[in-house]
Design a protein around this ligand. Structure first.
Ligand SMILES: [Zn+2]
Length: 419
């Protein structure tokens, strides 16, 4: 693979190293910027998998050096002190039993503390488009989740998995769509999704029955392809959306073209599983006003067309969700390249943070995530820099806490992070 000049590269050597952190996680160093990411394993029909790479330039810093100062776990009831919020406000986060129990400016007396002097904290990240079952195996979804948590992704939405994989998702922070409901011989059953990643139906009743079966097994959303191959009819799509909504499930549509995205909106789909890659008409942008779109800009090519589509959807008040399409790309953590592409699409740093935290938690119904406030999980990223100044700090957590517990370092990372 080559480096893609359309992927923005950060300004300095140190920041470039951050942009390459996913590579560092996989190769064990941040000193080989010209080495491409591990190629995708044909997870989904990326427009051009060769575009899924950042790279180029030299790097000198080693951000993982920052990690040695963090103290060990201090029990179940403790406080983070000198924790900075993005923008610089210093807070004390009291944690008990895995929950944030107070946020204040003064450390409580007689409480063990973890001093985060000089560090910034944000809520743990949510990746709204992954393929855990595909990437790690139908029986190893939990192992995949563990690996993601070490990289700062503390919740995710799996957008195509066989029925038997559904039991591996907790339905709270790790959500799954189960198999895509598709037409006979429809996407993805003739390609990468041949082994149960698609469920073929014919007719509205069969479509309705499929929703019920998938929902009964614990799926928290339904995914449908709306494409140009053998495709579901409008009646079938309407039956799916109607029953999904009756069951309280959102519907995500795989729709990459203008006609397809318009059709998905017309039948009532809630979420675009990818930013479409063909130019969207004004009418289609308007049809998606106030709905939601998952970015996946790097997995599906970082072309200007996709970036412009996302810019316009964002301007039309569509909720933008951070998503990588893990399984198509292999990035076990937060992808600096995707964050930079979100910035290119016009999201401000607070909006980029929201796309992986508050906006995602709200849309998917993950009440414990998305914010650091009393009653929420003590699930947070400790960052060496302020993501309002440079969002790629998000991709390089020096520590990750989930429910108050320090996660082990990412696999293959020498020295690791934390104590
Ligand atoms: Zn996907």
């Amino acid at each position: 693979m080559k480096s893609d000049p359309s992927v923005p590269v950060p300004r300095t050597g140190g920041v470039l190293c951050r942009a390459l952190l996913p590579l560092a996680l996989l190769t064990g160093a941040c000193a080989h910027p010209a080495t491409p990411l591990t190629p995708a394993t044909d997870g989904e029909q990326s427009q051009d998998p060769a575009e899924g790479s950042t790279g180029g330039g030299e790097s000198t810093g080693d951000p993982l050096d920052d990690t040695a100062a963090l103290p060990p776990q201090v029990g179940e009831h403790y406080a983070f002190v000198n924790a900075r919020l993005p923008g610089g406000e210093s807070i004390v986060l009291e944690v008990d039993g895995g929950l944030v129990v107070s946020v204040s400016s003064e450390p409580p007396a007689d409480l063990a503390v973890i001093d985060l002097e000089g560090k910034t904290v944000v809520p743990g990240f949510i990746d709204s488009h992954v393929h855990l079952a595909f990437q790690y195996g139908v029986d190893d979804v939990g192992q995949g989740a563990q690996r993601l948590m070490s990289g700062g992704v503390v919740g995710a939405v799996d957008l195509a998995a066989p029925l038997e994989a559904l039991a591996g998702f907790d339905g709270e922070q790790w959500l799954a769509a189960g198999p895509m409901i598709t037409a006979e011989l429809g996407y993805p059953t003739q390609g990468w999704g041949a082994n149960g990643y698609g469920m073929e139906v014919s007719g509205p009743q069969a479509a309705t029955d499929a929703v019920n079966m998938i929902a009964d097994l614990g799926a928290k959303l339904i995914k449908v392809p709306v494409d140009q191959g053998p495709a579901l009819s409008d009646d079938e799509l309407l039956a799916i959306v109607t029953r999904a909504h009756e069951r309280g499930l959102l519907v995500a549509a795989h729709a990459l073209g203008d006609v397809e995205a318009a059709r998905a909106a017309a039948v009532g789909a809630d979420i675009l599983a990818h930013t479409p890659v063909e130019p969207l008409s004004d009418a289609t942008i308007e049809a998606w006003r106030g709905r939601a779109v998952i970015s996946t800009l790097r997995a599906f090519g970082s072309r200007e067309t996709s970036i412009e589509n996302l810019r316009q959807l964002h301007a039309a008040d569509a909720t933008v969700l951070y998503g990588t399409d893990l399984g198509n790309l292999r990035i076990e953590g937060i992808d600096a390249g995707e964050l930079l592409l979100l910035a290119q699409a016009g999201l401000t740093p607070p909006q980029i943070i929201a796309s992986g935290t508050s906006a995602a938690a709200s849309l998917w119904g993950m009440p414990g995530l998305g914010a650091l406030e009393p009653g929420k999980a003590a699930t947070l990223l400790v960052l060496a820099g302020d993501p309002l100044e440079d969002p790629t700090w998000l991709a390089e957590p020096v520590a990750v806490y989930v429910d108050g517990e320090l996660m082990p370092p990412p696999a293959n990372t020498p020295g690791g992070f934390g104590p």
